[in-house]
Design a protein around this ligand. Structure first.
Ligand code: NAD
Ligand code: ZN
Length: 370
């Protein structure tokens, strides 16, 4: 099958996203093509222990054909690795292998790997090139697109980071077959979010391809990923450094979603919290006189067909959720800016949302059927 591609325009040049089965096994030749053979330095592959065990050998074999030095660095899987300690260990690895400005960092893994490796590439020798080979659906359609990189510190998640766009993103949908179904579903919540903020047609696409997507059909996944990349790329191109407010629209479902995530004691995945946040944000949009009831009912039906939660089985009191939302924003000196939907594909940002409406929308998650 031929790969598809999306070219993302940026203030400092464009970069290509290649999508298709076999991309991962052909990383070496893809790099040669993308860089027109001009890349001369060694490769520093950064992965996590799980992904490395599954795919590092295939990537190493493919890179070996280019004849340059290859070193692989594995971090423990999981969010805890987006840390200062892991960053220092990665710098030590880059130093040991004498990775210079002509080197190339290759991030092979989910968003944890790409955020850490991308931030290391952004700061090592004041910035060296990197590419991403994202291996979770969430990272293929979200984290790897847009050039944001970050690590966590005790004061908060993603507080230390940089905008450093990769030279290329190489997406292989076949590697999703080794993910747990629950992790695939978590990525689909972001895909449905992209549809809701961008186009009715993309939402219908989700409704028409449930079985093929859940069966991880390569052709359908390739198209689904491409469409997602186009949505995120469009937003990022119009607002590369989060200045115009357009990137805010990507936060749809995330205000309540994040607050649930922060209070659920790690029982729910990020994407599952986003699914709940999407349901609440749609109901909030209806309460604010925007979305029609028919549209609002379509969304939870679709999310549950993709095996995502639409009710909170262990209700978290509204007061806790509200406190988290207020604290998050206050710590950044900002007002809460709600991303609402006027209709599918049309968002509206509002700072004028009543606490009672938020409570009603959130507490609807306690009851089956809202
Ligand atoms: N930079 C951005 O714009 C951006 C956007 C969204 C999210 N993020 C960040 O992304 C991170 C979450 O990323 P994620 O959801 O990809 O999680 P992740 O990187 O933690 O991966 C989830 C789990 O799946 C495993 N895994 C990955 N690929 C696999 C595969 N193909 N087969 C089997 N197992 C596999 C990993 O080892 C890990 O255990 C968060 O830290 C978040 O802050 C960043
Ligand atoms: Zn998200």
């Amino acid at each position: 099958m031929k790969t598809r591609h999306v070219d993302i325009k940026g203030p400092n040049g464009d970069y290509r996203v290649e999508i298709g089965p076999g991309t991962l096994e052909h990383v070496g030749s893809q790099i040669d093509t993308l860089f027109s053979g001009s890349h001369r330095g060694g490769y520093a592959v950064v992965t996590d222990k799980t992904v490395g065990g599954l795919y590092a050998e295939a990537v190493r074999t493919s890179l070996a054909s280019t004849g340059r030095t290859i070193a692989v660095h594995s971090i423990p899987a999981g969010e805890a690795s987006k840390s200062v300690d892991e960053l220092m260990a990665l710098f030590a690895f880059l130093a040991k292998h004498r990775v210079g400005r002509d080197g190339l960092v290759i991030a092979l893994g989910g968003g944890v790997v790409s955020d850490l490796a991308g931030f290391a590439a952004a700061t090592w020798m004041r910035g060296i090139p990197w590419i991403v080979v994202p291996t979770t659906l969430e990272s293929q359609i979200d984290a790897s697109i847009g050039g944001k990189t970050a690590i966590n510190i005790p004061g908060g998640k993603n507080l230390v980071g940089a905008f450093h766009k990769p030279k290329a993103v190489l997406i292989d949908p076949t590697c999703l077959k080794t993910l747990r179904p629950r992790d695939v579903a978590a990525g689909l919540a972001e895909s449905i979010k992209h549809a809701l903020i961008s186009s009715p047609d993309f939402l219908t696409y989700h409704e028409q391809h449930v079985d093929a997507v859940l069966a991880l059909d390569d052709t359908v996944l390739t198209e689904l990923i491409e469409r997602n990349v186009r949505v995120k790329a469009g937003v990022v191109e119009r607002d590369p450094f989060e200045q115009t407010g357009e990137r805010m629209t990507l936060n749809f479902g995330h205000t309540i979603g994040h607050a649930i995530e922060a209070n659920c004691g790690f029982t729910l995945r990020h994407g599952e919290c986003v699914a709940l946040g999407i349901v609440a944000a749609c109901r909030l949009s209806k309460l604010m006189g925007l979305l029609t009831p028919t549209v609002v009912d379509r969304v939870p039906t679709l999310l549950s067909r993709y095996q995502l939660p639409i009710t909170l089985s262990e209700p978290i009191p509204f007061e806790l959720v509200w406190e988290t939302i207020a604290r998050d924003k206050k710590s950044r000196g900002q007002q809460v800016r709600w991303v609402l939907l006027e209709s599918i594909g049309r968002t509206r940002i509002s700072t004028n949302v009543d606490e009672h409406a938020v409570r009603e929308a959130y507490e609807s998650l306690f009851e089956p059927g809202g």
